[in-house]
Ligand binder design. Structure first.
Ligand code: SF4
Length: 307
């Protein structure tokens, strides 16, 4: 293992070749945006949609176009179907099963990642997905958006679920025998770096997880959080680049050594959570600095992990 266990390493170990994720959509809306709900304050609902999904293509077409596009771009011929848009376990179970089957039938799709909310996962859907994964002999990940273990933060960003909801969903996923990945956001309003570390410490101390994704909050113009940012910028932690690199290393140290880092710590360069005048780094430079910092500390992922 390197300083941390990347998804790239994990996939190469499992499939002996590079594997790329192709974004897919079930076509169902986000349950946090219907029935009068206004959605998470940081989400603009469109920033993570592949063009072929935006065009409303059916799933077969999405798979074909995704394979064509990513196959050409990365010279790849093996993929994971990544149901990424909205909450991909939301909808009638028989229809969802049909959609997951379409993806699993494609021989160039070696596994599934199904992204969703904690309140959209229960024992029934977890068992169904686990059965399909076994039937096709392909791994299936459930990627649960948690963002923070702090209920005060979850409420502030209008997640409409609690950490307790997440714990129940995480248990259902693991009891079914599925792989569990978590999405966390760094820099949510009201949170200090200490609270972000506390989130990760509790997450891995109190739940069994297989992978994690960190994303620095993107204050997207037009979203409710952008208004909040304009009103109370002092409620948002502003990082120095050195502080951000230090935080990344601290979080990696807290994780289990075999927890897969599903996405590196890149951020949108337009993100305004860095202090004024801070030089922003490219993804490669950021990772290089994380390595320097681990070298300096004589440390790596997992060194402070305990349960
Ligand atoms: S972040 Fe996810 S749950 Fe929240 S509004 Fe956006 S799609 Fe819905």
């Amino acid at each position: 293992m390197d300083y941390y266990y990347s998804f790239k390493q994990y996939l190469k170990r499992l499939h002996h070749q590079q594997v790329w994720r192709i974004p897919l959509s079930t076509g169902y809306p986000c349950p946090n945006r219907i029935d009068g709900k206004s959605g998470c304050t940081f989400c603009d609902g469109s920033s993570f949609i592949a063009p072929y999904i935006r065009e409303g293509a059916d799933l077969e077409t999405q798979i074909r176009k995704g394979i064509e596009f990513f196959g050409k771009k990365f010279k790849a011929d093996l993929f994971y179907g990544y149901f990424q848009e909205n909450s991909s376990t939301f909808g009638p179970l028989d229809i969802l099963e049909g959609l997951y089957r379409i993806a699993l039938e494609e021989e160039r799709i070696a596994g599934l990642i199904i992204s969703t909310r904690p309140d959209q996962v229960d024992a029934r859907i977890s068992a169904k997905i686990a059965d399909l994964a076994r039937e096709y002999g392909k791994p299936a990940w459930i990627e649960l958006g948690l963002q923070s273990v702090h209920d005060v933060t979850l409420q502030r960003v209008n997640r409409n679920h609690t950490y307790a909801d997440f714990r129940r969903a995480a248990r259902d996923v693991k009891e079914a025998g599925l792989l569990l990945g978590i999405h966390m956001i760094l820099g949510l309003p009201g949170e200090t770096p200490h609270m972000m570390e506390e989130s990760v410490g509790r997450l891995v101390g109190e739940n069994r997880i297989d992978g994690i994704k960190f994303r620095l909050l993107d204050v997207i113009p037009g979203t409710p959080i952008a208004d909040e940012y304009a009103r109370v910028p002092e409620d948002f932690h502003h990082f120095t680049m050195e502080g951000y690199i230090g935080l990344i290393c601290n979080l990696l140290e807290l994780l289990p050594p075999d927890c897969v880092i599903l996405r590196s710590f890149d951020y949108n360069p337009a993100c305004n959570l860095f202090k004024e005048g801070e030089v922003q780094l490219s993804k490669d430079d950021l990772l290089r600095h994380v390595r320097y910092e681990f070298d300096r500390r004589g440390s790596r992922q997992g060194i402070r992990w305990s349960r």
